[in-house]
Structure formats: structure tokens, C-alpha cells
Design a protein. Structure first.
Length: 325
């Protein structure tokens, strides 16, 4: 590989959905990977296939505590990212966002190495600007049930840029929009995994609200391509990473039913507090600065994700027989 320099790279949250895919990708191009995870939402099954890899090391550790290692780059994906998980222990979520970022930034400062922060579209809250651009400051409730995550990630961004300005730490910050794919947690409460699991079990698909609220869905491979381009660039960010194609939630539900061949029906429940009604990234900066835009269509990505959940549910014997009508 031309001009390749092998690095030892720390992936915090490396046993999670996105982190485990990043570990795969970094190892595939020849790097050493130190995967750090406290397994609060991470899953050892996501990295079992890597345990015998000569360049892979796993460390069970909570980044709320200092970490004394030697690495060349750091990716921070460590934080519960779904409402079900981050609301289960909101104080721990805030601690992970703030103390985790603080500890990893301190490590990056000592090692004088690049550090990536997986921020989120949730920093925009329930946006008044649509689509969302990076210079929009957001509309966030600071004391709501989602605030532990929204404000935690906003605070982490503040820390990253203060470390950059004050200590010249080379930071990279990406605001990640809805991402889906294999290794999503089946009970994480996200709309894609919820719909697929419910459809495979022939259970009613639960839509919160009337289904007219919108989301944009980026497949994990597209997402990580952008992340690695940002890390290898000279840009600090923040840069939106996501798929700008917007879908109504109810349309996603019908598409999942069709692709799974499910007999599921749709049921409606009240919209959760502070749930954003629109979510769509403006990815002009990613296009211009990283020469990146997503290439994987929703149907193709859904088929791959459905295949993953089919295998997982069959292995755990959780598939239910079709409902008799």
C-alpha cells in the first residue's frame, strides 16, 4: 500500500455498533487496534471474530476513568446512543460524554495525537432550521429526558474545541445522523432496529406519533468512509455525516414490512417528549471538504440489516410464528 504507515489506534466504544465496524475497517488496512469498552451497551459478540487477530487487543475499561496507554490516534465512540440506553442511566451518560471526552483529550494532549469525536445530530435538538447546517446552534431542551445525551454531546464538543484552541490538540468532530446496519442492538429503541425486529416476529410495528415525522438513514459503511476521510484530512469540523435523503417514518415501516414479507400491522402511540419532528443533514461541507456523499440506497442497506437480524433471532430462537388471521 503506497505511503501506508502502520499505527496503533484506540477505538473507545469499540465493541458497540459503529465502533466494532470501525475496528474491522482499521484492521483490514493493516493498523493495530486497541478496542476499549466498558460493555454497558457494547457487546463482545460484535468483536468475537477479532479475538485471534494478531493486531487486535481488547480492554474492558470505563473511559470515565483515566486511561494510560500508548497509541497514535484515538476515535471516541464511547457513549450510549439510543434513547432506551442513554435514558436508563442519564447521569452515567453525562459522565461518559464529559469525563470520557476529558480523559481521552488529556491522553491525546500527552501523546500529541489526533482524536476523533463521534458527536451527533442530537446537538441540534428539535431543529427550527431544516435541513440542519453546522453553523446552526440548535434548539435543545437542557432539562428534558433526552438532555443527558443532547447536552452531554454538546458539552463534549465544547471540550474538544477548547483543547484544540488552548492546547493545539488536533481534533476531528463529526455530527452523525441516523445510522443503521448489522450489529445494531435489537432492543435499542431505534426506529430501524425496532421495525425490523417487530416485523421478523410478525408483531405490530410501533410508530410514535402519526408517522409523518421524518428521518434520514445512512448505512454504516457509508458513515465510516466519511469518518476515516475526516480523520485523514486537515479539517477539524464539526462536519455533518449522514444521508440527506429524507423518509417519513410511516413509509419506512411499510418498506420494512414489504422486505421482510411480514404479516405485521402498524400501531400508533404518543410521540415521546422532545422527539424531533424533522431530521435531515446538510452535507455540503462533507461533499466539498471530504469529497464524500453516501452511495448505499436504503433498500440495499435494509436488506443487509434484515439478514443480520434474521440470523441473530434464529440463533436465539426468538422468531415467533406468523399471526393467524
Amino acid at each position: 500500500m503506497r505511503n501506508f504507515t502502520k499505527k496503533r489506534i484506540l477505538v473507545a466504544g469499540g465493541a458497540g455498533f459503529l465502533g466494532s465496524h470501525l475496528c474491522d475497517r482499521l484492521l483490514s488496512i493493516g493498523h493495530e487496534v486497541l478496542c476499549v469498552d466498558n460493555l454497558f451497551t457494547g457487546n463482545l459478540e460484535n468483536i468475537t471474530h477479532l479475538h485471534d487477530h494478531n493486531n487486535f487487543e481488547f480492554m474492558q475499561h470505563d473511559i470515565c476513568l483515566p486511561l494510560h496507554v500508548e497509541v497514535d490516534e484515538i476515535y471516541n465512540f464511547a457513549c450510549p446512543a439510543s434513547p432506551v440506553h442513554y435514558q436508563a442511566d442519564p447521569i452515567q451518560t453525562m459522565k461518559t460524554s464529559f469525563l470520557g471526552a476529558l480523559n481521552l483529550l488529556g491522553l491525546a494532549k500527552r501523546l500529541n495525537c489526533k482524536i476523533f469525536q463521534a458527536s451527533t445530530s442530537e446537538v441540534y435538538g428539535d431543529p427550527h432550521v431544516h435541513p440542519q447546517v453546522e453553523d446552526y446552534w440548535g434548539n435543545v431542551n437542557p432539562i428534558g429526558i433526552r438532555s443527558c445525551y443532547d447536552e452531554g454531546k454538546r458539552c463534549a464538543e465544547t471540550l474538544f474545541f477548547d483543547y484544540h484552541r488552548k492546547n493545539q490538540v488536533p481534533v476531528r468532530v463529526a455530527r452523525i445522523f441516523n445510522t443503521y446496519g448489522p450489529r445494531m442492538h435489537p432492543n435499542d429503541g431505534r426506529v430501524v432496529s425496532n421495525f425490523i425486529v417487530q416485523a421478523l416476529k410478525n408483531e405490530p410495528l410501533t410508530i410514535y406519533g402519526d408517522g409523518s415525522h421524518t428521518r434520514s438513514f445512512c448505512y454504516v459503511d457509508d458513515l465510516l468512509e466519511a469518518v476515516m476521510r475526516l480523520m485523514s484530512s486537515s479539517e477539524t469540523g464539526p462536519i455533518n455525516i449522514g444521508n440527506p435523503t429524507e423518509f417519513r417514518v410511516i413509509d419506512l415501516a411499510y418498506q420494512v414490512i414489504t422486505l421482510t414479507g411480514s404479516s405485521s400491522r402498524i400501531v400508533h402511540k404518543p410521540l415521546p417528549l422532545d422527539d424531533p419532528k424533522q431530521r435531515k443533514p446538510d452535507i455540503s461541507k462533507a461533499k466539498n471538504l471530504l469529497s464524500w456523499e453516501p452511495t448505499i440506497a436504503l433498500e440495499k442497506g435494509l436488506r443487509s440489516t434484515i439478514e443480520y437480524f434474521e440470523k441473530r433471532l434464529k440463533n436465539s430462537e426468538e422468531i415467533q410464528p406468523p399471526l393467524v388471521k
